[in-house]
Write a protein of this length. Structure first.
Length: 183
């Protein structure tokens, strides 16, 4: 398979018009992810069989323990297809960043909270409620927890949690972190 055959192959296998690849996101419920992974893997295999396709990008590699967990569900199918058409290098790295997200762990989130509260992780109560978060930046104001939620959601989530702030105030911080942790 030649690199210029990637886009038509994706469109055909997914049963969508080639011009609609940009409009289809992985997380919009129209694409069954295991099937998509199978298509991606098969196309990648066919590309590697073609001698002209030297230096192909080795994405979603077996070197990673869980490579597909890095996928960003908001990524357009076209972006992932473009990744297969590129040579390994800087451009491929930029495209990779567009269609994946780093894994977020509970340890990372607790450390982030501790830094923002200007304390250490071991001094934080693992059972604390979101409402109990007080930021020294805001003079420990009782509503400063909302600032933290917005900051964290913009960094680790999709930026929509602030709209649910009334429901978030009384949940535990560990439950809040569950919105951002991906395995």
């Amino acid at each position: 398979m030649k690199r210029n055959d990637v886009f038509p192959a994706f469109a055909q296998k997914l049963g969508i018009d080639r011009r609609k690849l940009q409009d289809q996101n992985l997380g919009d419920g129209k694409i069954y992810l295991p099937y998509f992974q199978d298509i991606f893997t098969n196309i990648k295999k066919k590309l590697k069989e073609e001698r002209e396709n030297y230096d192909t990008v080795d994405e979603f590699s077996d070197k990673s323990a869980s490579p597909w967990s890095y996928l960003d569900p908001r990524a357009p199918v076209l972006t992932l297809a473009r990744l297969l058409t590129l040579h390994s290098g800087r451009t491929a790295s930029r495209i990779r960043a567009e269609c994946t997200r780093p894994l977020i762990t509970a340890e990372l989130l607790w450390k982030f909270l501790a830094v923002q509260m200007e304390t250490s992780v071991d001094r934080l109560n693992p059972e604390m409620k979101v409402r109990e978060i007080r930021l020294p930046l805001a003079g420990d104001d009782k509503h400063s927890w909302l600032t933290f939620v917005i900051w964290a959601d913009n960094l680790f989530g999709d930026g929509t949690l602030a709209a649910k702030s009334d429901q978030l105030a009384d949940i535990r911080v560990t439950e809040l972190f569950g919105f951002w942790i991906r395995s």
